[in-house]
Design a protein around this ligand. Structure first.
Ligand SMILES: [Ca+2]
Length: 127
């Protein structure tokens, strides 16, 4: 595989770039099946399986509930999801790239994988 230099996922302050955040939010919303703005255990499991091939282990779960933003039901919020990726990206950007590619994004953060989203974008998201 040729060595490509993808755009940075973080800015000078270590925050996720807008393009990166947009991609992650889209992934988050894909797995937030009931659209309550947070990932339940089942939703998080589905995400982890698609991303890593397996559900998060106990340690990772503990870290998530200990360090990341949760809603009052203990579910990982969108903010927490972005926090998780901010942490990972600052230490291991290549891991985040791997995850993004897994979810169909190319090295310029464009969604390239074909998804069945015909008629699936009618949801009116007004937060
Ligand atoms: Ca949810």
């Amino acid at each position: 595989m040729p060595l490509i230099v993808p755009p940075s996922l973080t800015d000078e302050d270590g925050a996720l770039t807008q393009a990166c955040e947009d991609a992650l939010v889209a992934i988050f919303e894909k797995y937030d099946v009931d659209k309550d703005g947070a990932l339940s255990n089942a939703e998080l499991d589905a995400f982890a399986k698609d991303t890593n091939g397996d559900v998060f282990d106990e340690d990772t779960r503990t870290e998530i509930t200990e360090f990341l933003d949760l809603d009052d039901k203990g579910q990982l919020t969108k903010k927490g999801f972005l926090q998780m990726y901010n942490l990972q990206t600052s230490s291991e950007p290549e891991e985040t790239w791997k995850d993004l590619q897994k979810h169909g994004y190319d090295s310029s953060l464009k969604l390239v994988a074909s998804r069945s989203e015909d008629g699936d974008n009618s949801a009116n998201k007004s937060s």
